[in-house]
Design a protein around this ligand. Structure first.
Ligand code: IPE
Ligand code: IPE
Ligand code: MG
Length: 251
């Protein structure tokens, strides 16, 4: 049963369980306003806050956002430092409200390479919210899809060497069970803002059959309505997973 204010454009029975977002275009959006890139990132944080609560309200179970890629260290030191500070301040500012709303926070990526105060903040947030049962909000930070697969392979190799695994027993599940969040289902819908048609090393393994939706709107200008539009579009698609379905008839 959906609540009276459930969006009329959506089918409540076909809400994607897991939505992943490549939040791109903060820098371009800021430049277009004559502001510096960091201003765009702060505005992007405002957008993210709206989208987390909108996603929860619509009934999405998992939201995974790309916050900082393993390649983003290539940016000027000032921008990288500004982003680290933003993440620290945002996490400190939001944790109570996330907690009150029953949101579970998880951070995916090579966290050991982050500044220690940020790492501590993330660990505390994960620990505090671990029993929460509404939306699971995954933040991909210092995340790379290839790095995630490499980390999984390292675990796998260790298990192999120590005799817990044999080469013949390796299946897709053997590897996926060693990814950063093995208990979370693969994304159903992948949204990218700011128009670029690429994955930029995001969730390479997990997006094998994700439906992709790209908008030219840059992340700071993205709204709940864009999210609803993306989901409505998703609901009109036929997912085939390699099989033949009725719709394949072109006539
Ligand atoms: C996305 O916006 C946020 C991060 C990568 C941290 P960008 O900073 O990539 O903005 P553009 O793509 O340069 O406009
Ligand atoms: C992807 O955006 C990373 C995040 C959104 C955090 P980028 O802006 O880094 O991707 P490219 O460089 O355009 O591929
Ligand atoms: Mg970008």
């Amino acid at each position: 049963m959906s609540s009276p204010d459930f969006p009329a454009t959506l089918d409540p029975d076909r809400i994607p369980a897991h939505v992943a977002i490549i939040m791109d275009g903060n820098g371009r959006w800021a430049r277009a306003q004559g502001k510096d890139r960091l201003y765009g990132h702060w505005q992007g944080y405002r957008t993210l806050k709206q989208i987390v609560y909108a996603a929860d309200e619509i009934g999405i179970r998992y939201l995974t956002v790309y916050g900082f890629s393993s390649e983003n260290w290539r940016r000027p030191a000032e921008e990288v430092e500004g982003l680290m500070r933003l993440m620290l301040e945002a996490m400190r500012a939001e944790i109570e409200e996330l907690m009150q709303n029953g949101i579970r926070v998880r951070v995916l990526g090579r966290l050991s390479q982050l500044p220690s105060d940020l790492r501590r903040e993330f660990s505390d947030a994960m620990e505090r919210t671990r029993e929460n049962t509404r939306l699971t909000f995954n933040l991909a930070i210092n995340y790379g899809g290839r790095a995630e697969i490499v980390d999984a392979v390292r675990h796998l190799a260790k298990d192999l060497l120590e005799g817990r695994l044999s080469p013949e027993s390796i299946e897709e599940e053997t590897l996926s069970a060693r990814l950063y969040a093995p208990d979370i289902p693969d994304p159903d819908l992948l949204i990218r803002t700011a128009g670029e048609m690429r994955l930029s090393n995001f969730l390479l393994w997990e997006t094998a059959y994700a439906e992709i939706w790209v908008t030219p709107t840059p992340w700071p200008a993205f709204t709940r309505d864009h999210l609803l539009t993306a989901i409505a579009d998703y609901q009109r698609r036929t997912r085939k997973f390699g099989a033949v379905v009725e719709e394949d008839d072109l006539s």
